[in-house]
Design a protein around this ligand. Structure first.
Ligand code: HEC
Length: 196
C-alpha cells in the first residue's frame, strides 16, 4: 500500500474491503469439497482456471498447450463425490466432441479414431487452498495399436507441464469397467448437458 496517496486512500481501502468480503476471494475455502454448492464450485474454478491451463501448457505439451481451445463436455467442473477428492472438468477435441456428449451407454459404438479427451483435475488442501492436479488424457487410436486397452492410449501432464509417467494398465483396468461406454467414465450426471 506504499503507493497510496492520501486523497485516494479512502477509495482504495473501500476496494480492499470489498475484495475481502467477496467470499473465497483470497481463494481459501472453509467448507469441505463434498459440501460445495454451485457458487463454491464456480468460485474455486475462477481461482484455478488460468493457472491450471498455464501450468499444463508450460512445457509445450502437445495436448496440455491446446486443449483449452476445445469444447468443454459438461456445464462445468463436477465436485467430488463422497469417495473422491478431485474436482474434474473434461474437454474434447473436434473429432470426439459430438459423440462424447451423447454420453452413450448402450454399447455398440466406438469413439472416432483421433478423439482426444483431456480432463483437468484439482483439489482442496486440508487448509482449504486449491491444489492443481494432473491433466488426464485419453487418445483413440487405430484398431490394432492398443487392442488390449480398447484402442485408447492414456497419458497425463503434471500441473507444472511436465509429462507424467503412467501405466496403461493402471488407467485401463478401471476404465475397462465402462464396457458399454467405449471405456469412458463420462462427467458426473449433475453436470452433463441436458441434450434439449
Ligand atoms: C479407479 C478408476 C479410474 C482410474 C484408475 C482412472 N480413471 Fe480415468 N476416469 C474414471 C472415471 C470414473 C471417470 C469419469 C468421471 C469424471 O471424469 O468425472 C474418468 C474419466 C477420465 C477421463 C475423461 C474421459 C472419460 O472417461 O469420460 C480421462 C481422460 C481419464 N479418465 C484418464 C485417465 C488416465 C490417463 C488414467 C491413468 C493415469 C485414469 N483415467 C485412471 C475412473 C478412473
Amino acid at each position: 500500500m506504499k503507493f497510496l496517496i492520501p486523497a485516494a486512500a479512502g477509495t482504495a481501502l473501500a476496494f480492499a474491503a470489498m475484495a475481502s468480503t467477496a467470499s473465497a476471494q483470497d481463494c481459501t475455502f472453509d467448507k469441505k469439497a463434498v459440501d460445495f454448492e454451485q457458487a463454491d464450485i464456480d468460485a474455486l474454478y475462477a481461482c484455478v482456471k488460468d493457472k491450471l491451463a498455464a501450468g499444463y501448457a508450460k512445457e509445450g505439451h502437445e495436448i496440455g498447450s491446446v486443449y483449452r481451445d476445445w469444447q468443454a463436455t459438461s456445464t462445468g467442473p463436477a465436485a467430488p463425490g463422497p469417495h473422491g477428492d478431485r474436482f474434474l472438468f473434461t474437454y474434447a477435441n473436434d473429432v470426439g466432441y459430438a459423440q462424447y456428449v451423447k454420453y452413450a451407454d448402450e454399447g455398440g459404438f466406438a469413439m472416432p479414431v483421433g478423439s482426444v479427451l483431456a480432463k483437468e483435475s484439482y483439489k482442496l488442501s486440508k487448509k482449504g487452498k486449491p491444489r492443481n492436479g494432473p491433466l488426464f488424457i485419453m487418445t483413440k487410436v487405430d484398431a490394432g495399436e492398443a487392442d488390449e486397452f480398447g484402442n485408447w492410449v492414456y497419458s497425463a501432464v503434471q500441473p507444472n507441464g511436465k509429462n507424467m509417467k503412467i501405466k496403461q494398465s493402471f488407467c485401463h483396468d478401471c476404465h475397462a469397467a465402462f464396457a458399454d461406454q467405449d471405456s469412458l467414465g463420462y462427467p458426473d450426471v449433475d453436470v452433463r448437458f441436458s441434450g434439449d
